[in-house]
Design a protein around this ligand. Structure first.
Ligand SMILES: NC(=O)c1ccc[n+]([C@@H]2O[C@H](COP(=O)([O-])OP(=O)(O)OC[C@H]3O[C@@H](n4cnc5c(N)ncnc54)[C@H](OP(=O)(O)O)[C@@H]3O)[C@@H](O)[C@H]2O)c1
Length: 321
């Protein structure tokens, strides 16, 4: 079948490992279902996989794509939840020590077909296209958990999103605005800041800017490049929710501020199946349409990867059949 995959790990030149070609059709284990993929979105995780981060050498070649929307063999339209748990696990899906994301152990969604455990598909909201629905399973779910499960933020409070145009960042802006937060954003160019305002941010600032006042919560996926600003932007008792470190993990911890102002730093990863169900319902009830910056045919996946690597994003990059 058609597939976009990583042939091996390449730390320095991840795009050299990307292949748009053919892979064997998957077998369907008992208790799993086959999804005919209609659309899937690109996440930074796919670039990490090409670099060999978070994947064992023996797992290559690996079909990329850790979210998606499509159709089951019986015609049901579904959204994929890509956190795959061990059969014996009960409790928060994301805390299972044996959990994997699609593309870490099991093949991903950038293909004609993907197989997942039956519990890992949820009904696609009728109001979302396949392309829009495909963005829900990773970037949007991550943003949902950061904002509504981890931050403790209440409507009327102020949130700062570091980064304006990325998948998680745009989801945070759209979700936060719809929930009644005051949404502030930093973005690296005027275009990106204008996009954030168009998506609902009340104000967008240059990275590192002094803000009009300190905020209740900061949402971090950038890491090294923004961490110090994140700590300095918080009110006493405020919270940073962090789910990524795109620019590097070795941030100065600003420990004196953390303890003196009694700040909280909370990690967040993906989200549970129930949280994805709640997200899908919320998006439908609030009439939110996730921002897609670029929709490309799967055959042109290389262009999407190149743009993400360059930082040329304007919302989610989506591939469709
Ligand atoms: N833990 C989890 O479950 C989870 C899930 C999803 C994503 N993540 C992580 O979250 C991060 C973002 O993922 P994504 O898929 O949203 O990626 P993306 O779409 O490529 O977005 C990258 C974001 O980083 C921002 N950024 C700001 N300064 C940057 C700098 N100096 N270098 C690079 N980027 C900078 C960009 O802001 P501008 O708009 O200003 O360019 C943009 O908003 C990644 O590290 C990813 O691994 C984690």
């Amino acid at each position: 079948m058609f597939a976009v995959y990583a042939k091996e790990a390449n730390t320095d030149d991840p795009l050299a490992s990307l292949v748009v070609g053919e892979r064997p059709e998957p077998e369907v284990p008992a208790g799993w279902v086959r999804v005919s993929v209609k659309a899937a979105s690109l996440n930074m995780h796919d670039l990490w996989t090409l670099r060999g981060v978070g994947i064992k050498q023996e797992q290559f070649p690996m079909i990329l794509g850790c979210d998606g929307a499509g159709v089951l063999d019986d015609g049901t339209e579904v959204v994929i939840h890509s956190v795959i748990n061990d059969d014996s696990w009960h409790g928060d899906d994301t805390l299972d020590p044996k959990r994997t994301l699609l593309t870490e152990k099991h093949q991903g969604t950038f293909a004609d077909y993907v197989v997942v455990p039956a519990r890992n598909v949820l009904p696609k909201p009728a109001g979302l296209s396949f392309a829009e629905a495909s963005t829900m399973g990773t970037a949007w779910l991550t943003a949902y958990r950061m904002l509504f499960v981890k931050s403790g933020l209440r409507p009327g409070q102020t949130m700062l999103v570091q980064g304006a145009s990325g998948g998680v960042a745009t989801a945070l802006v759209q979700l936060g605005r719809a929930a009644g937060m005051r949404v502030w954003v930093t973005g690296r160019s005027e275009d990106k800041r204008a996009l954030a305002v168009e998506l609902g941010a009340h104000e967008a600032f240059e990275p590192g800017s002094r803000l009009p006042e300190r905020v209740d919560a900061v949402f971090e996926t950038v890491g090294k490049a923004t961490w110090s600003h994140s700590v300095k932007s918080l009110k006493p008792g405020g919270v940073i929710v962090v789910s990524g470190s795109t620019s590097g993990p070795d941030a100065s911890a600003e420990l004196q501020r953390v303890f003196f102002l009694q700040l909280r730093v909370i990690g967040s990863t993906m989200g549970t199946r129930d949280e994805l169900a709640n997200l899908l319902s919320y998006v439908e009830l609030a009439g939110i349409r996730p921002r897609i910056g670029d929709e490309l045919p799967f055959t042109e996946a290389g262009r999407g990867f190149t743009n993400m690597l360059k930082g040329a994003t304007a919302g989610k990059i989506v591939f469709a059949h």
